[in-house]
Design a protein around this ligand. Structure first.
Ligand SMILES: *Cc1c(COP(=O)(O)O)cnc(C)c1O
Length: 410
């Protein structure tokens, strides 16, 4: 048996991971031409508009609204969908807080359904069990690029007359039964923050898929302080509150160049993620993330789980040993399910207030979504980059296999 690097044995990976430049002359040229417009306002310039139309062409989507972040995109979708005070929105406990912020700013209440142990995505049965007369929407997070079970979620939504919003911040060009994530729900929300598949520094987009132009107009106005700029004349009709989540021309300019790279980025990530799964599928005690037959993931990261009964080590010891082999990784994705944050356990969305939580009897506590908790306690997360080389991926596989073999209970 190979001695582990952590015990003084040879390191599996000794060469640096492949890297590359995300931004180049393409972005610089677009930025220069944005400045030459003599305006950086999206309504007067052409860059944000082109960014949206290029992205829309790639996605086959006609109605898109640009936003200042992914968090903003989700808030805009909720606002356009009419989510308001005291409504409940069902979502996943394994996500970025950006999924939840818009819900609470609408003074609606996040309700957490449990996830599937193999995909880490919302379990439609658990979602349906959480529905009450207050429920208005399902906010489905395609975690790490892996599409949710949209057929089942859309069926549940239809049965209970709920809006489906897709959080695609981590799932660019992912497919489910031949359809792109972000095109199946009423709204698809994207983030272009600097960590995502493509970056505009910060930014986001909402795809409005309802086919109703009024939903598009409402989403557009909701991102722009309720300015209505899409018709012939600009009006401000303040029927209710809407924030300023506008994207600038500078972000739009970078976005134009980034969208051109998106197919390549996603193809590489899909190839690399699927390759890791093929390389560790047969390892006893390891559960690779399940991407169903009908899905394609663009792997924002790669997260597998350990069957802790099968190993003599803890999850954290596995993670440390893998790190010592030269493979950076982290134990889990977020430290704990989001509902264990004080914001939820202490029901404090706003300081000195328990509003809007006090509109319902919902409690947030350990054990609320046991499978989600298990996922985060047993997972190892690896970074995936489109700039990694095929050899990097093979070395990741070798290192995982080595550590697993060493700790396997005989
Ligand atoms: C990144 C992310 C967001 C928020 O995006 P920002 O642009 O950072 O506001 C929302 N949901 C998920 C799942 C994310 O990963």
């Amino acid at each position: 048996m190979n001695r582990l690097a952590i015990d003084g044995g040879p390191q599996t990976k000794t060469t640096p991971f492949g890297t590359g430049r995300r931004f180049g002359l393409e972005e610089a040229q677009e930025l220069l031409s944005a400045l030459e417009q003599n305006t950086l306002f999206y309504h007067h310039g052409k860059k944000v508009k082109q960014f949206l139309s290029d992205f829309g062409r790639l996605y086959g989507v006609e109605h898109l609204v640009a936003t200042s972040s992914g968090t903003a995109a989700i808030h805009v979708a909720l606002g356009a969908a009419g989510i308001s005070v005291g409504d409940e929105v069902i979502t996943s406990p394994i996500t970025d807080q950006g999924t939840l912020i818009g819900i609470l700013y609408q003074n609606a209440i996040p309700v957490f359904a449990d996830v599937d142990l193999r995909t880490y995505n919302l379990d439609p049965t658990s979602v349906e069990a959480m529905i009450t007369p207050r429920t208005k929407a399902i906010l489905a997070v395609h975690l790490a690029g892996n599409p949710c079970d949209m057929t089942a979620l859309l069926k549940v939504a239809k049965r209970h007359n709920l809006v489906v919003i897709e959080d695609c911040a981590q799932s660019y060009l992912s497919h489910y039964k031949g359809q792109l994530t972000g095109t199946m729900g009423a709204y698809g929300c994207f983030s272009t923050n600097d960590y995502k598949h493509i970056s505009t520094g910060d930014g986001g987009m909402v795809a409005v898929n309802t086919g109703d132009e009024n939903d598009y107009f409402r989403a557009h106005a909701f991102a722009d302080k309720n300015y209505q700029r899409l018709g012939n004349n600009v009006t401000r009709d303040l029927q209710y509150l809407a924030p300023n989540y506008r994207m600038t021309e500078l972000q739009g300019a970078v976005g134009i160049a980034q969208v051109k790279k998106l197919p390549w980025i996603c193809e590489r990530r899909t190839m690399y993620g699927d390759r890791i799964t093929a390389g560790i599928n047969d390892v006893q005690g390891l559960y690779p993330p399940m991407i169903t037959e009908e899905s394609v993931s663009s792997y924002w990261f790669y997260m597998f789980r350990l069957d802790l009964e099968a190993f003599t080590c803890t999850r954290d010891e596995f993670s440390t040993a893998l790190q010592a082999e030269g493979i950076p990784n982290s134990a889990g994705y977020i430290p704990d399910v989001v509902y264990m944050q004080p914001l939820f356990t202490a029901k404090q969305a706003y300081v000195r207030s328990s509003f809007p939580f006090d509109l319902t009897q919902r409690e947030y506590h350990r054990g609320l979504c046991p499978r989600a908790e298990t996922v985060l306690q047993t997972a190892i997360r690896l970074s995936i980059s489109e700039f990694y080389t095929p050899e990097d991926i093979e070395e990741m596989i070798r290192a995982i296999r080595k550590v697993a073999a060493f700790y396997l209970r005989k």
